[in-house]
Design a protein around this ligand. Structure first.
Ligand code: NAD
Ligand code: ZN
Length: 360
């Protein structure tokens, strides 16, 4: 038995207001006047001086605002990389992603593709990246995905929705400033927060579970229960705890895997463009067979926060579209193996997945 030797984020700072240290954290990593820092910032912060005034631009540094209506695409990554190469005479000193999972994944992918030849679609999978990325920094402004800590960046390509999973993907530096999440709208707070909750349930109930994953998963689950079920947390406590729950949830799946909800949610994302957080919620709501306890508590959380999930999103789909979603879901073999076991192919049928999708 060989155990996997995982990389982790090398440096992390945590604290309300720690975003003010951005400039001093970046300064020692500047490679020269012609090697800019490039800041990818969620375009929800356009015109938000409270945040952008703390990004100090020197020499050729640049802010690029990123729309987050859609999840990252391989073509979008290739275009961003090409633009950077055409605009600057040298490779950037670093890429800084400030936003949710969408912007952080874009930052990771661009940092990787600046040093690896070809198109990003060719690197979707496990351990296909050969060259280290350039210095990259993640600053979450919404909590739950664990993208700040993971060794993947999830991209939709021409053929699949799949991450670039590699030892070079994790950030070199993460800044965890829970205050940055203060203006997240309530529904989005719930959907992205539930991504973390689902990571915990899928990790803790999977066959890949080991003590490493379990210790992180249990802590994250406990934090989620406090945040989403208890009444006595202050807003600040709740923000702080969700940021750490996201981190621990991400650490938990780093050494295990996600499961049925993520597999089916990827199908919805690929075919219909349903975003990760809300997609997980739509799917998870129907998974009592696989995760009875987790789904019961999820329904409690949903009721407590008056969350209405969209219904009937698969109502008008054609047979071939269901087949596409089922193909995408089933192609994620490690997720099924974790959820069901090595013999999953003898247990999970296309018919069963079809019936699940038809309920959504
Ligand atoms: P997101 O990044 O798409 O952001 C969701 C919404 O919240 C956007 O409209 C954004 O503008 C808004 N928002 C973010 N911060 C805000 C703030 N402080 N104030 C107001 N609005 C704010 O959503 P997400 O759920 O964080 O990320 C989803 C993405 O993450 C998907 O693309 C998914 O594939 C990816 N993901 C990656 C990993 C990984 O390990 N790499 C894990 C899970 C999910
Ligand atoms: Zn997830």
């Amino acid at each position: 038995m060989t155990y996997k030797n995982y990389p982790m984020v090398s440096r992390v700072v945590f604290g309300r207001g720690s975003f003010n240290q951005l400039d001093e954290i970046l300064a020692p990593n500047r490679k020269g006047r012609n090697a800019p820092f490039i800041f990818f910032v969620d375009d929800v912060f356009k015109g938000n001086h409270w945040l952008t005034s703390r990004i100090r631009l020197s020499y050729k540094d640049k802010i690029i605002f990123i729309p987050t209506l859609e999840e990252p695409k391989t073509s979008q990554i290739d275009k961003l990389v090409e633009d950077i190469i055409l605009e600057f005479s040298e490779l950037p000193s670093g890429i800084i992603g400030i936003g949710g999972g969408t912007v952080m994944d874009i930052a990771k992918a661009v940092a990787l593709m600046l040093t690896n030849k070809g198109e990003s679609k060719d690197y979707q999978g496990w351990d296909l990246i050969k060259q280290p990325a350039i210095y990259h920094v993640g600053v979450p402004t919404i909590s739950g995905t664990g993208a700040e800590v993971s060794r993947t960046t999830i991209l939709t390509g021409p053929e699949r929705k799949l991450g670039i999973n590699s030892d070079f993907t994790p950030f070199d530096q993460v800044i965890l400033d829970p205050e940055l999440t203060k203006d997240v709208p309530k529904n989005q707070w719930f959907f992205t927060g539930m991504d973390c909750y689902v990571h915990c349930v899928e990790s803790l109930n999977g066959t890949y579970l080991n003590t490493f994953s379990q210790s992180y998963g249990e802590k994250a689950l406990q934090l989620c229960n406090e945040i989403f079920l208890e009444n006595n947390l202050s807003t600040e406590e709740s923000q702080d705890k969700l940021m750490m729950a996201s981190w621990h949830g991400g650490m938990s799946i780093a050494y295990s895997q996600v499961g049925v909800a993520h597999a089916l949610s990827y199908g919805l994302g690929y075919l219909l463009g349903v975003k990760h957080g809300i997609g997980n919620c739509i799917v998870f709501d129907h998974l009592e067979k696989y995760y009875p306890e987790g789904v019961a508590v999820f329904k409690e959380m949903k009721a407590k926060h008056d969350i209405e999930l969209p219904k009937g999103i698969c109502a008008d789909l054609e047979d071939y579209q269901f087949e596409t979603m089922i193909d995408v879901a089933l192609s994620l073999e490690p997720l099924w193996e974790n959820a069901i076991g090595k013999n999953w192919k003898t247990i999970i049928t296309r018919q069963e997945l079809l019936e699940l999708y038809k309920k959504m």
